[in-house]
Write a protein that binds this ligand. Structure first.
Ligand code: SAH
Length: 342
């Protein structure tokens, strides 16, 4: 059956027309789903019994079950959410001074195979639907009885490998009469699927873009991220320049520092050369060692040196604060098996 949360408001209006209903019903349903957060059509009391019956016959309301919740000393919460088909996914809630942010998964598993990421090795199962992306935020809002202000697509999966559903999820999240999370408060992170960067640039969506760069050197980057063999650094940067020109928005480059791999000042020099003059920001992350991982974290001292070197050469760089590392919820640590075996 179709999941009613997969539709943005315009699509829902169309669906209702096919059921012989007026389109304003779509707005009522949106309010029930995303403001009142009801879990059944029976609770939508301003709809006629007849319409509720029709809805029940044609659609499911996907509601995730919280299978497990882990809480970090810093307040970060990691959720294992059960889907209706028996699969499970992870989402993380982080608290910042500006509000609450949810890190969502976009796929069950991932195909990208980045050597340093804990998602590698989980067999790819399927894409998440738009409604399943949205439901992660809804489930966490309900559990914490709070409002989520920001969403980052940095959980399991490659969002640009599930492009259409991710874009539609953003449209659903944006609805001012629904969850009302502005596109500017949503951030997508990609490992660098170049054609989708062009497509995203042409989309009139104000969400921010992060690129997992991790090295300015093709040999090193290919050894960390197989996607670099398909779309190399030159092609990637060309797409990024197009995006910046088209949207006038700053790109955030993510750079996870691994000892003696990509953390020397000569690596910083290559990065400076690559990014010089671009409207961008570099987010430095101490790489998280994963089970059997080949990489070790750079020392904080070295990361600070790397940051200062970039800043002194005209590249704006900051070190990302690590949240939830004690519950394996920090960058790249999401992995279903972990949570199950704890
Ligand atoms: N597939 C997307 C989004 C998911 S990963 C992407 O690649 O961008 C989210 C971020 O975490 C990416 O920047 C990724 O490179 C980073 N990451 C993955 N594993 C990591 C690790 N072990 N340590 C630090 N960052 C990691």
């Amino acid at each position: 059956m179709k999941n009613i949360k997969d539709y943005n408001i315009d699509e829902l209006k169309e669906e209702l027309k096919t059921l012989g209903e007026k389109s304003f019903r779509a707005e009522q349903i949106f309010k029930w789903l995303y403001v009142d957060k009801v879990k059944s059509f029976d609770e939508m009391t301003n709809l006629s019994m007849d319409l509720r019956e029709k809805l029940k016959q044609n659609y499911d309301i996907c509601n995730f079950e919280i299978i497990k919740k882990l809480e970090s000393v810093d307040g970060t919460k990691k959720y294992l959410l059960g889907l209706s088909d028996g699969n499970a996914i992870e989402s993380v809630l982080m608290e910042y001074h500006f509000g609450k942010s949810v890190c969502v998964s976009s796929q069950i598993g991932c195909k990208m195979g980045c050597k340093f990421c804990a998602s590698t090795g989980i067999p790819f199962v399927r894409n998440l639907s738009s409604g399943e992306i949205v439901e992660q935020i809804l489930a966490i809002e309900q559990d914490t009885n709070s409002k989520i202000s920001n969403v980052v697509f940095m959980g399991i999966g490659e969002p640009f490998d599930n492009y259409d559903n991710v874009i539609n999820a953003i449209k659903i999240l944006n609805n001012p009469k629904g969850l009302n999370i502005g596109a500017r408060h949503i951030s997508i992170s990609t490992s660098g699927i170049v054609p989708k960067i062009y497509q995203f640039a042409d989309e009139n969506i104000q969400s921010t873009l992060s690129i997992s760069l991790h090295s300015a050197n093709n040999k090193t980057r290919s050894s960390m991220m197989p996607v670099n063999n398909t779309y190399n650094i030159e092609e990637l940067i060309q797409a990024c320049k197009y995006y910046i020109e088209k949207t006038n928005k700053r790109i955030s480059f993510e750079y996870a520092l691994a000892k003696d791999n990509n953390d020397n000042l000569k690596d910083a020099d290559e990065l400076i050369k690559l990014l010089k003059g671009m409207l961008c920001h570099v987010n430095l992350i101490p790489i998280n060692k994963i089970e059997n991982g080949a990489y070790t974290k750079s020392s904080l001292e070295n990361i600070i040196k790397f940051r200062d070197y970039l800043n002194n050469h005209g590249i704006v760089a900051t070190i990302r604060r690590e949240l939830g590392s004690d519950i394996n919820a920090a960058c790249g640590q999401l992995r279903r098996q972990n949570i199950n075996s704890e």
